[in-house]
Design a protein around this ligand. Structure first.
Ligand code: NAD
Length: 651
């Protein structure tokens, strides 16, 4: 069944996942029936949806009223009636194969034979679930993450018999509800995200069990040095130590002694008030940046993660891009493991695994054939121009943090694609933007538009991981802002949501800015003990009155789009409903405008304005660089990550 034929969806289960899935599908405009086995349960699920929609409406995260969305949802307890009209059924019932079998057996009777039957299972093989029906080709995995309203990722999993047509429609359906799908081409245990994430907790567990480092040191190092959103022990406490324990034992794997001892003591994490950290009688998660330690051999953990990724690529389960997207969106990784591996050097990763294997003789350290093949063939990563991805040669470079679309009419569309980090500017992202602009055939480009992926931000700033403690000489004005500002074609920033810090500077480096009226602008750098370092101070003071520019930079507060328009910071602030049309009208003029005249107009206007800007920029960048080594920046960035107010001492 093609996507166009899907009008009505049924979700089975109104629990944690079922009600969230129902909500996102209804928000996207589909009619949904949510079914559970008892009236009270569907009613509870419905109330949860209502509550959540009201929150989303308060934060202006949905375009329609909660009532309009709720009107598309019906609730039922009768299975036959619930699925009678459905073109797609998504099962989100308890994680027991017997229950799923019963449901799929009934579905075969009650649904049309074209209906796509999806399961949201996290760990049962899709093939086993499909075995309950006579049409396994129509059965597919659709693995949403918890909570579905917030989490952008959905794994689309092939069972052994799933047809391409079924998987493709499921994939397109996920896109149509504004989520990001990745294909899992084979029905492997844990699918992509959980199997690659497995070693994060597992290897950390072995390291702590051996006593080479303690849990706080490991958590702190992974968070403050390697950029993960949570440490492995902190994460285990949150998800439940028993969950990881069962996953490993069911897979026939050894369990690190520290995990075993927690399970035996029934200290399972937050839910029991005690796990690796003490919640009831203690301070909860209580590590800080100072706990990061050299004794934590983080490469042990990352090498095993990368090894899992290599197995999946080698076995054609998923592409490096799908794996990286999955781990970024599904597990909050700061960058995908394949991308990170290419930076570390695959030879370094392989050597680590081989050393560990020689030392411990355990299967878990056995390197994937695919990883060894890459290294043997000289594809050791970015330095060699090829690894999981290809680099260097212009045509085959794969972007991992932006999407580039060069339209026939000459419009070059660059989408900042790190929605899980509100499109924060990482080094990779900035490099990729520069590469995209420098390698696009300029004669074929008439205008450039920048926008942010997801529905929350154009870009909420620079990635501050790694700012604190940086050596002053490492800081230079980032090339990207200059390349964008000097690009010989008109550029426009299409802003929907937060436009802060480095993202704001990128928008200011563009020629024109159009924003939705819910967007917000600001330079929060001062709150980190920093100043804007990508041309923000200089561009703002030239674009606005001095007073307004200084207000933005000194106070670090945000202003709304209406104020930004009044101040002359942006060209237009328009309601969401007029946004696309307004942007299109601007772009249409840019793309069809006289190219030579536009180029000259841009040049003379920039030059005229910027007669004294290079000195200003240099001053700004020196000041920024000097600030990086201050204690205030360490305090500011730490306070930000810990979500508290910083206490600056002026050091
Ligand atoms: P849950 O226990 O919160 O909800 C399950 C609901 O299904 C319950 O309300 C139950 O009454 C109902 N149910 C039982 N039999 C049913 C039937 N025959 N028809 C319809 N509904 C029935 O569980 P959950 O956390 O929502 O998990 C549901 C599924 O989603 C599981 O397969 C789970 O593995 C998967 N999943 C869970 C998470 C998570 O983090 N919770 C994440 C991804 C996937």
């Amino acid at each position: 069944m093609p996507l166009d034929d899907i009008d009505h969806v049924a979700v089975l289960g109104a629990g944690n996942m079922g009600h969230g899935i129902t909500e996102v599908i209804a928000i996207a405009g589909y009619d949904v029936t949510m079914r559970d086995i008892e009236t009270e349960l569907v009613e509870d699920g419905y109330e949860d949806i209502k509550w959540s929609l009201e929150k989303l409406a308060e934060k202006e995260r949905i375009d329609e009223s909660p009532e309009t969305v709720l009107d598309r949802i019906s609730t039922m307890t009768d299975l036959e009636a619930a699925v009678a009209e459905a073109d797609l059924v998504i099962e989100a019932a308890p994680e027991e194969l017997d229950i799923k079998h019963d449901i799929f057996t009934d579905l075969e009777t009650y649904t049309d034979e074209d209906t796509i039957l999806a399961s949201n299972t996290s760990s049962l093989p899709i093939t086993d679930i499909a075995a309950a029906t006579d049409r396994p080709e129509r059965v597919v995995g659709m693995h949403f993450f918890n909570p579905p309203v917030k989490m952008d990722l959905v794994e689309v999993i092939y069972g052994d018999e799933t047809s391409d047509a079924t998987a493709e429609t499921a994939y397109e359906f996920v896109e149509s509800i504004d989520k990001t799908p990745i294909y899992v081409n084979k029905d492997v245990r844990g699918f992509v995200v959980n199997s690659v994430l497995g070693p994060f907790g597992d290897e950390a567990g072995w390291m702590a069990s051996e006593g080479v480092a303690d849990i706080r040191e490991i958590d702190a190092t992974m968070v403050h040095e390697r950029g993960y959103p949570m440490g492995p022990f902190e994460l285990a406490d949150l998800t439940g130590i028993d969950i990881g324990y069962h996953v490993r034992t069911e897979a026939g794997k050894d369990v690190p002694p520290i995990v075993e001892s927690k399970v035996e003591a029934e200290a399972l994490g937050r839910k029991t008030g005690k796990g690796y950290y003490e919640y009831e009688d203690g301070d909860g998660v209580d590590y800080g940046p100072d706990d990061a330690a050299d004794s934590v051999d983080w490469l042990r953990i990352e090498a095993r993660i990368i090894n899992e990724a290599a197995k999946l690529v080698g076995d054609d389960v998923a592409t490096p891009d799908a794996i990286d997207t999955g781990l970024r969106l599904g597990a909050g990784f700061p960058e995908g493991p394949c991308r990170r591996a290419d930076k570390l050097g695959l030879d370094t990763v392989l050597e680590k695994l081989d050393d560990l294997h020689a030392q411990y003789g355990e299967d878990r350290y056995e390197a994937a054939d695919y990883l060894r093949e890459l290294v043997d063939s000289g594809q050791t990563g970015e330095d060699a121009d090829a690894g999981f991805y290809t680099y260097g040669s212009d045509d085959d470079r794969t972007y991992t943090t932006i999407n580039v679309d060069h339209h026939e009419d000459g419009l070059l569309e660059i989408e900042l694609d790190r929605p899980e980090r509100m499109n924060a500017l990482s080094q990779d992202l900035m490099d990729e933007v520069v590469h995209a602009l420098e390698t696009a055939d300029e004669d074929e480009v008439r205008a450039v538009v920048f926008e942010g992926a997801g529905d929350r931000a154009f870009s909420a700033g620079a990635d501050i991981t790694g700012f604190a403690g940086m050596d002053p000489y490492e800081s230079e004005v980032s090339e990207v802002f200059e390349v964008v500002a000097d690009y010989p074609r008109p550029t426009l920033a299409k802003i929907d949501g937060f436009c802060l810090g480095g993202g704001h500077e990128l928008a200011l480096a563009c020629d024109l800015r159009v924003a939705t009226d819910g967007s917000e602008f600001g330079f929060p750098e001062i709150n980190l003990g920093l100043i804007p370092g990508g041309g923000g101070t200089q561009r703002a003071v030239r674009m606005l009155t001095e007073a307004r520019a200084k207000e933005l930079v000194f106070r670090g507060n945000r202003i709304d789009a209406e104020t930004a328009e009044e101040w002359g910071l942006i060209n237009r602030a328009v309601p969401e409903s007029e946004f696309e049309d307004t942007v299109e009208a601007f772009l249409d003029d840019l793309v069809t405008g006289a190219p030579v005249a536009l180029r000259k107009a841009k040049r003379v206007m920039n030059r005229g304005r910027d007669q004294d800007i290079s000195a200003g920029l240099q001053l700004e960048s020196q000041a920024f660089g000097q600030l990086l080594s201050t204690d205030d920046v360490t305090e500011g960035t730490t306070a930000f990550m810990e979500d508290r107010k910083p206490e600056f001492e002026g050091q």
